[in-house]
Design a protein. Structure first.
Length: 415
């Protein structure tokens, strides 16, 4: 344990898709001095089984390839103490905990962990108390952590409960500056789709020409996730969406997404917009696509031509990629496919060649205007622009885990 003593340690609860890639991300960035990973159970036959699982990935390849590309360099993994499940990976000490499932029983204080990222997806209700027998995010605080970040959106099950004052949902690059170390102890990093969507919407809302949004909607063409069935299965009792139990390998599956509702928490201006969202799951392993449809009250120039055009929208995203969104939002005029986005470290990649706009005129009847107290006998022709914008995101590592890691490091620096 001397290898971990006195180091700035990060706790990670869960070693599934997001947990594993979170480990990889922090091995790459080296912001923390070591990792304490709670797996919550034994893996395979021994510690070597756990190391094997951690070292290889069907989507991103080997850990060596992830860290060093095609250089041929190997990631060195040494077992320091098999009884303590303590290893050294690429020079960083990593200790695995394999006995406790309930966050309050993990005993982070014993391991000198102040900040925890919960990647289980099992504890998402910030109103649930620490002593809940099924576990809760607050259990991490009772176990000794000062802050916990959930790698999924909050879900308050009791509709009579409000968001606690010590909890907040944040997307790095959007509202992470709202973090108050004195106030916020439980955070959510939202979802992969909300992260990408937020970075598509904010540049539009920040420009006066495009901030007057009448309505908006999005569809995410989303890669499969581990919550789906490999083969057709029998739905659980009370299940209303029968499509989620159909084979992920053989189907395009229409389903729901909470991205629009979560976006309202991240960007409050969205609350005034009638925003709809849906998801279409497809049989790929990662990399997804947001198709954003936005209708603007479109201003005209001095000669009656629309200001909001394809070129105008693309310039907004070019400016964002070179300015406040640099390193987070990317603008591309290449003809990309989803495989090109695997591992792409950006919250969103705007596919500029596919941006489209159409401007028309909506007739507002004079009688309708009079009902709102406007004295007129003439109809008004209101210019309206409809735009379609495409944005790629690697829903596992490149977009989501990358942004989650940036948020984690930001919180750590301000604790």
């Amino acid at each position: 344990m001397e290898r971990l003593h006195g180091k700035n340690l990060l706790g990670i609860n869960g070693a599934g898709r997001i947990g594993k890639l979170t480990i990889w991300n922090h091995l790459l960035n080296k912001h923390f001095g070591g990792l304490i990973v709670n797996v919550g159970r034994g893996v395979g036959e021994n510690l070597e089984s756990l190391i094997h699982n951690l070292s290889n990935d069907s989507t991103y390849g080997s850990l060596s390839h992830f860290l060093y590309g095609h250089s041929g360099k190997k990631c060195e993994i040494r077992i320091l103490d098999s009884d303590q499940n303590l290893v050294e990976i690429d020079g960083m000490p990593v200790k695995f905990l394999t006995t406790q499932r309930n966050p309050r029983d993990i005993n982070w204080s014993e391991h000198q962990v102040r900040l925890v990222v919960d990647c289980t997806g099992a504890f998402l209700d910030p109103t649930v108390q620490a002593d809940n027998p099924k576990g809760s995010l607050r259990g991490h605080l009772e176990a000794g952590a000062d802050k916990v970040i959930a790698s999924a959106p909050f879900k308050i099950k009791d509709s009579t409960q409000k968001m606690p004052g010590d909890a907040n949902m944040m997307v790095f690059g959007i509202n992470h500056l709202d973090f108050d170390a004195r106030k916020h102890h439980i955070l959510s990093a939202a979802s992969c789709t909300t992260t990408g969507l937020a970075h598509m919407m904010l540049p539009l809302l920040e420009r006066p020409e495009t901030s007057n949004i009448l309505t908006a909607g999005m569809s995410t063409i989303h890669a499969s996730t581990s919550t789906q069935s490999i083969l057709d299965t029998v739905p659980k009792t009370g299940s209303s969406d029968l499509r989620k139990n159909r084979s992920v390998l053989n189907n395009i599956i229409i389903t729901s997404t909470g991205a629009a509702k979560a976006l309202e928490k991240i960007i409050p201006q969205v609350q005034r917009i009638g925003f709809m969202a849906d998801s279409v799951r497809i049989p790929t392993n990662t990399a997804s696509l947001i198709i954003l449809n936005v209708t603007f009250q479109s201003p005209l120039n001095d000669i009656g031509e629309p200001i909001v055009t394809r070129e105008f929208l693309n310039q907004i995203y070019k400016d964002a990629s070179d300015g406040p969104g640099r390193g987070i939002l990317e603008y591309s005029e290449e003809q990309n496919v989803s495989a090109d986005m695997i591992g792409r470290r950006a919250a969103i990649v705007i596919e500029g060649v596919e941006t489209h706009t159409r401007t028309g005129f909506m007739a507002i009847n004079s009688q309708l205007l009079q009902s709102f107290g406007v004295e007129t006998k003439q109809d008004i022709m209101l210019p309206v622009c409809h735009a379609k914008i495409f944005g790629w995101y690697d829903n596992e590592f490149g977009s989501y885990v990358n942004m989650l890691g940036k948020l984690t490091e930001y919180v750590d620096k301000r604790m």
